[in-house]
Design a protein around this ligand. Sequence first.
Ligand SMILES: [Zn+2]
Length: 271
Amino acid sequence: MPETTIETTTTASPAVGDRTTARSRSAALVRPVRTVAILGAVGALVAAIALPAFASASGPADAGPVTAERLAADNAQSIVVASEATQAPTTREQFIATTPDEIEKRKAEEAAAARAAAAAATVSSSSRPSIAGLALVAPGSGAVRYPVTSFTPGEGPGSGRGHEGWDMIAPEGTPIYAAAAGTVTASAESIGGYGVSIMIMSNLNGTMVETRYGHMVYGSRMVEVGDQVAAGQLIGLVGNTGNSYGSHLHFEVRIGGSVLDPEPWLAANAG
Ligand SMILES: [Zn+2]
């Protein structure tokens, strides 16, 4: 292959139109047909080898993890293109993962990212705050995730003033993730003292667990009633709406209508 390339280059240079000598011109005239044939063969080889490599290098498989920037780029195209873009990494990851558990975990993470991207692309909100740079899926791999990954613990339930959640204090715009996979049962810009809020019903090993997320930023809800969410899926941003004294997530956990203390529940279940 390299030898062929060298010979072709030598005889081909006059034909390309470069400055040339009489000797090389005569050499080219002696073997014009062969030169063209070699050029054609090499050209076909280069095309056959180069095209798949180029397609792979520029394809979605190298696009990296799903981020808001990628989401924005995908939004410029269609949802079909977005789903293809999230499909390719799944195949690639299957070769990297070494155990069936890891493969399943990778698949679940890719599925969650794809679902979050699709949800973000379909929820219409012209005034939605920017989510550029935010991870669409929370870290971790468990069925239960912390809804905010960086926060200062605030007041919990049972304070005697009817407070039924745990206040997770974080700056406005901090991403809020679904604590568990489930169905969105409420999603609105104003639900009483909750302000902008979302409620999700999850089936965790046969136990129906409801999680509630309050005081979110106006326009930041990324899911609507009836949507299926994955554990750790980005659903909105920490804010200060409703009956709130400062930017924080009011997070509630209920089983069978009874209020649980989210702090020990998360400590015991999140991963
Ligand atoms: Zn609260």
